[in-house]
Design a binder for this molecule. Structure first.
Ligand SMILES: Nc1nc2c(c(=O)[nH]1)N[C@H]1C(S)=C(S)[C@@H](COP(=O)(O)O)O[C@H]1N2
Ligand SMILES: [Mo]
Length: 168
C-alpha cells in the first residue's frame, strides 16, 4: 500500500543519505550498503487500515549499524525518513534503536519487489506500517520532531498498534 508511485531505482543509481545531527554524514551506494553486516528478523506487520501480516521474515541492515556508523550527536532525538516516491515519516530515535528495526532488502529470502519498497525499505515492527518508509533514500537525525506525510494528514505521531494509535 503506497502513494501509488513505485519508483524504479536501479542498483547503480540507488543511494542512501545519512545526515542531520551526526558526526559522520555519509551517502551509501548499493555496494557500500550491502557490505554492511546483514541480519534477519521475523516480525508482524500492522497496517493502520486494520490488516496485519504475521511472521514476515525480513533481512537487511540493522538500523543500529547505521546509527553506529554515523554517530548521532547527543541532541539528536528524532529520525525523519524519506523515500524515492516523495514519502516521509518521522519516528523518535529511541524507537529506532530496537534490534528488530531494519533497513530491509529481502523478504522471505528474496530481494524486495518494487511494490513492497525495493531495493530497500524501513521496517519498524513495533509501530504501524506507515512508519516504515519504502524506497528509502534518506535518514535524517533531528533535535526537534518533524511530521511526515501521513502525520501531517492526521495520523498518530506515536503509532503504537497495541494501543491502536491510528489518528492524532
Ligand atoms: N515510500 C513509501 N513508504 C511507505 C508508504 C508509501 O506510500 N511510500 N506507505 C506506507 C503504508 S501506509 C503502509 S501500510 C506500508 C505498506 O507496505 P506494503 O506495500 O509492502 O504492504 O508502507 C508504508 N511505507
Ligand atoms: Mo498503511
Amino acid at each position: 500500500m503506497d502513494l501509488g508511485l513505485q519508483p524504479e531505482i536501479s542498483p547503480a543509481d540507488w543511494k542512501l543519505s545519512l545526515n542531520g545531527l551526526v558526526e559522520h554524514p555519509t551517502t551509501l551506494s548499493w555496494p557500500d550498503f550491502n557490505a554492511l553486516p546483514q541480519v534477519s528478523d521475523v516480525s508482524d506487520f500492522h497496517c493502520v487500515t486494520t490488516w496485519s501480516k504475521y511472521d514476515c521474515r525480513w533481512s537487511g541492515v540493522a538500523f543500529t549499524t547505521l546509527y553506529e556508523k554515523v554517530q548521532p550527536k547527543p541532541e539528536a532525538r528524532f529520525v525523519y525518513f524519506t523515500g524515492y516516491d516523495g514519502y516521509s515519516t518521522n519516528v523518535a530515535l529511541t524507537h529506532c534503536l530496537d534490534d528488530d528495526v531494519l533497513i530491509a532488502t529481502h523478504f522471505d529470502g528474496l530481494p524486495l519487489p518494487r511494490e513492497h519498497g525495493g531495493p530497500a525499505r524501513v521496517i519498524i515492527p513495533k509501530l504501524y506500517a506507515w512508519k516504515g518508509a519504502k524506497f528509502v533514500n534518506g535518514i535524517t537525525f533531528l533535535a526537534e520532531d518533524k511530521l511526515g506525510f501521513w502525520e501531517l494528514r492526521g495520523y498518530s505521531n506515536t503509532a503504537d498498534p497495541w494501543k491502536e494509535e491510528r489518528y492524532a
